[in-house]
Design a protein around this ligand. Sequence first.
Ligand SMILES: Cc1cc2nc3c(=O)[nH]c(=O)nc-3n(C[C@H](O)[C@H](O)[C@H](O)COP(=O)(O)OP(=O)(O)OC[C@H]3O[C@@H](n4cnc5c(N)ncnc54)[C@H](O)[C@@H]3O)c2cc1C
Length: 448
Amino acid sequence: MGRNLQILILGAGFAGVATARGLEHALRADEAEITVVGRDNFSLFTPMLPEVSAGGLETRHVVTPVRAQLRRSRYVLGDVIAVDLAARAVDVQHSITGATQTLTYDHLVLALGSVTSTFGIPGVADHALPLKTLEDAERLRNRVIASLELADVTRDPVERARLLTYVIVGGGYTGAEGAGELIDLFHSITPYYRSIAPRDVRIVLIEAGPVLLAGLPVGMGNYTKKNLLSRGIELHLGDAVTSLDDRAICLASGAMIPTATVLWSAGVRPTPVLRDLPLQHARNGGIIVGRDFAVPDRPGVWALGDCAWIPMKTPGEWYPMTAQHAIREGPALARNIAAVLHGQATKPFDFTALGTMASLGARSGVASLANGLVISGFPAWFLWRTYYLSRLPGFDRKVRVALDWLLGLIFRRDIAELRVYTQRSSERAARDAGLDPASDLPARTSID
Ligand SMILES: Cc1cc2nc3c(=O)[nH]c(=O)nc-3n(C[C@H](O)[C@H](O)[C@H](O)COP(=O)(O)OP(=O)(O)OC[C@H]3O[C@@H](n4cnc5c(N)ncnc54)[C@H](O)[C@@H]3O)c2cc1C
């Protein structure tokens, strides 16, 4: 019996899983073997990540096991470390064992998403906190709690002010939603810290461009600005970050803001493993594809989601990098791969966004509907929650998130910071084992 046709999907996020599910639907089991590769055994529902970082949602409730989303595709848990287009082979390092295996393919789907871009600004990679992954959200929450713990016992007013200053860089979705969520978090948890009042906390949002939520309808940016200002957030619009270190952040205007916590949400670039592929790349490194997701001059290679630049019908316009698009692109690509296998023509992707929404915390939000109408405040927030809850994969996840939201109406957010506890217990275990915790464990900084 000959080898089955192999379809290899790299990435188990919105785009990768949607493509696999689409292929399971479009192809018979004996037509092709579908393999998905991802570095985690779950996919992350990013729209709810800002709420996780602010302790509004439990970490595990916003992820869905990949295996639970696939019916007959094979799943390989591992990191893609090399793609050889000439040999039609991909090297994958297993996430648990570290062993490397080579997977070959007839059709390759690149759906590896994006990583945070530091734009080469000095200090960003070392000192800023991104918000892209579950670990990022946990780290941010831990950092915020650690800074409050320290500020609560710090006598020096200058150092105390630095610890209580939180800077967010980037006025897009993530920055605006992150800022709104942070205010909610502080309002909820500062009562635990007797010496800290909510007014002692300074939140600064820096955006290099002149408006918030650039690229979205102007009304959305205007409302977001008004909303954040009214809740005490300091806005620096049209000012770019030039450098930062563990003490302060410096801006092009000459301003210098002492801070211990910088959330970096200024932009993304495709996953590094794709960077050096001999393909046509866009200015941020994304892979330029045709309107049917085909990589030019590479039959059998396709790309979609955040790692791809997909042209719209109007020349010079590209589909935005959003989950809303990625989950529509997946089934469309699956149909195109099936068409090629069945000797038919592929179809260009054509999708009009249903609208855009941002949740700003404090039961307020802003949304632009498909008919161009911008709504704001409670109705937009309610719409955001209803829509994203309905899109969260897995019925059990929906119930868990709904319960988190319900409990959030009753209880304060949690300030238990288990990292301190686990670090201390590893130090104790090291001491019990006769090791020197200071040299055998990673050093602790004043805030980490
Ligand atoms: C905080 C935040 C909030 C957002 N809010 C919204 C929103 O409200 N609405 C919206 O529409 N969009 C939102 N987005 C954007 C949305 O998350 C992305 O557009 C979407 O995730 C793109 O889907 P994707 O499948 O291309 O990439 P991803 O979902 O990122 O999936 C890529 C997958 O590939 C994996 N991967 C990467 N590199 C490797 C490797 N080398 N080996 C193995 N696996 C790898 C990753 O772990 C990931 O699972 C938000 C993004 C963030 C960060």
